[in-house]
Design a protein around this ligand. Structure first.
Ligand code: DC
Length: 270
């Protein structure tokens, strides 16, 4: 398995093959144009086509603090934040818009093959983040509705969708060093990175956090679904630092991650 690769250097140097050539990027995705319509945050600058960036992978269970901590770490290091769950949610929303049956894997895969998307890096409130736009639009609020939340696990279980998402997620390195959060980043999207973290917390604590956000959710069922699906199930990536933050604040959790990343970055490359 790719996750078992030998560690060669404390600083991951990501290199890509033909799939990632700048020509393919430019023809498929005019990545950094500003969408029309309502006012948008500033777009970030693209990196040159030669990509040598660091990726910090943050995986973990639902409500384990991935988003909060990934944003804190990205902000502290001035890295670009990528919420991969939002990308799956965007496809779920798109399928609902098209009145597709999200249980129909073939229809979902076909929609994913055909939709017109573009990655964009925006800066807002001091944080740079990647958004997946559909026909120039980022459905920021729509992807958080109960309807989209109910649809997204079905969409995320479709193998062709996951292949598509992994390609887009790897393309995010064009925007710079990344902090990417999800369920399969250290196992599947960037198995070669040396910076892997897996967050977890006790079920009661995670349920309490969800309830504090006004969301009632059966997290035990969600954990089971995420960890038992056939494709890219949630698991601890090989070499990941596992942080159980049941008794920790977000500042303490992100502090641990930052401490480890900085300590590795300060070690001379071997
Ligand atoms: O983190 P979230 O709740 O926004 O994730 C939405 C859905 O996408 C959830 O069902 C888990 C799934 N997901 C995934 O399968 N792989 C990822 N890398 C990120 C999210």
């Amino acid at each position: 398995m790719a996750a078992a690769k030998i560690r060669l250097s404390p600083r991951i140097r990501l290199r890509f093959g033909a799939r990632q050539s700048s020509a393919a990027f430019n023809s498929d995705f005019p990545f950094c144009s500003r969408p029309s319509g309502r006012p948008q945050p500033d777009t970030c600058h693209l990196q040159p086509p030669s990509i040598n960036n660091i990726v910090i992978a943050i995986d973990g269970t639902s409500a384990s603090g991935k988003s909060t901590n990934a944003k804190l770490v990205a902000g502290a290091l001035d890295y670009v934040y990528v919420d991969t769950g939002a990308m799956y949610r965007t496809l779920a929303w798109h399928c609902l818009q098209k009145r597709l049956d999200v249980h129909d894997a073939k229809a979902v895969a076909a929609a994913c093959r055909k939709w017109k998307t573009r990655l964009e890096c925006v800066e807002s409130g001091g944080l740079r983040a990647v958004h997946l736009l559909v026909e120039g639009y980022y459905p920021e609020r729509e992807i958080r509705t109960a309807e989209t939340s109910a649809a997204v696990p079905h969409v995320a279980a479709v193998p062709k969708v996951r292949e598509w998402m992994v390609r887009r997620q790897r393309e995010c390195t064009q925007f710079g060093n990344l902090v990417m959060e999800g369920r399969d980043i250290g196992t599947n999207v960037f198995p070669e990175t040396d910076f892997k973290f897996y967050l977890d917390a006790q079920l009661e604590e995670r349920s309490r956090r969800r309830a504090a956000d006004g969301i009632q959710e059966n997290l035990a069922a969600r954990d089971l679904r995420d960890s038992q699906r056939a494709v890219a199930p949630l698991m601890v990536p090989l070499g990941a630092r596992v942080i159980n933050n049941s008794q920790m604040t977000a500042e303490q959790t992100s502090g641990l991650i930052l401490q480890e990343v900085r300590s590795r970055l300060s070690r001379p490359a071997q």
